[in-house]
Design a protein around this ligand. Structure first.
Ligand code: NCD
Length: 325
């Protein structure tokens, strides 16, 4: 939405002065360290509330539009669960082929339609910049749930929250991002977000899937320590967080090129012998072979716990943009 302006018709009880009230969440560039501390504190509280009472009425009567132009399991269902845990409800539009999008409706028109019926819109779309376009068209808050190979800010927030909850702090850590760093929107957002902390970032990728040079330059200007590798062995022993990603098949135009890199790295108990005893392995999921299920029982395997942290972070974000946190 453009600039949040106080609306005299808002229902009583909305905290129009809350810092995130009415705001869009499009890029991690919107967040500073203080924002993160605040989100983590609210997410922590959400965790306690879910543990103690399960579902509560903070967003009773509020409606979320979950608009997904690309496949999703975790992001869409965790936003649904987050809204329902807070007493709100959801209009899910996952199969855009059954909506007016298939009749050629533009994204701004679809968004303008949905905001007539809802209070907040979560959108995933294959094009970079689509969430910003949606936000420009909408008066209600828009949350980017992935815009092509661009950004995935809510994933990065839940990733940072996972690191904080699991390891107690973020400053001073060495974080190794592994896999498809060219097309992976989660790693683009996460690297940017982690640049708010004093971290060392290692990028491990096949040559054709390296972290985009512009992003490396952006972080270099912020004096972030960064190093690139094509194999994991050098980076693994010093790693506190190993963030594994899937090679993003849907972003390749040439199947043969995808085949040539798809099995580039596999994390298994044998590989992990070289890693620290106290560190974590994360993955935004879905995994398609890059982490062996044999590693799942290792206490360092944090990827399933990471999904749960996502629920609390998304509860926090919904409460914030709807003026209830
Ligand atoms: C990621 C995504 O969609 O970018 N998934 C997710 O949201 N948890 C990662 C991926 O699809 O590889």
């Amino acid at each position: 939405m453009p600039t949040p302006s106080p609306n005299p018709h808002l229902p009583f009880g909305d905290q129009r002065t809350a810092p995130w009230y009415g705001r869009d969440i499009i890029s991690v560039k919107q967040f500073g360290r203080e924002d993160l501390e605040y989100i983590f504190a609210v997410a922590h509280e959400m965790h306690d509330m879910v543990d103690h009472i399960g579902t509560f009425d903070l967003l009773k009567g509020k409606i979320l539009a979950n608009l997904f132009y690309e496949p999703s399991t975790r992001t869409s269902s965790s936003f649904t669960a987050a809204m329902e845990r807070l007493g709100g409800s959801v209009i899910p539009i996952n199969e855009v082929k059954y909506s007016s999008v298939s009749k050629g409706e533009s994204l701004p028109d679809t968004v303008r339609t949905l905001e007539c019926y809802t209070d907040v819109i979560v959108i995933r779309h294959p094009e970079v910049g689509s969430a910003a376009i949606a936000a420009k068209a909408a008066r209600k808050p828009v949350i980017n749930a992935g815009d092509g190979i661009g950004e995935h800010p809510t994933q990065a927030l839940l990733d940072a929250f996972t690191i904080k909850e699991e390891l107690g702090h973020i400053d001073g850590l060495t974080v190794t991002l592994l896999g498809d760093l060219k097309h992976g929107r989660t790693v683009h957002s996460l690297a940017r977000l982690l640049s708010l902390y004093k971290v060392r970032l290692n990028y491990v990728a096949p040559d054709i899937l390296r972290m985009p040079a512009e992003l490396i330059d952006e972080l270099k200007a912020k004096k972030v320590e960064q190093a690139e590798y094509t194999t994991l062995d050098q980076a693994l022993p010093e790693t506190d967080v190993l963030y594994v990603t899937r090679v993003q098949k849907e972003r390749f135009t040439d199947e043969a090129v995808f085949e040539s890199v798809k099995g580039a790295y596999v994390i298994d108990p044998k590989v992990m012998k070289a890693a620290k005893e106290r560190m974590i392995v994360m993955h935004p999921l879905p995994r398609v072979g890059e982490i062996s299920p044999e590693f799942d029982d290792d206490p360092r395997a944090a990827y399933f716990r990471q999904m749960e942290y996502g629920l609390y972070v998304r509860m926090a974000l919904l409460a914030m943009v709807l003026g209830k946190a």
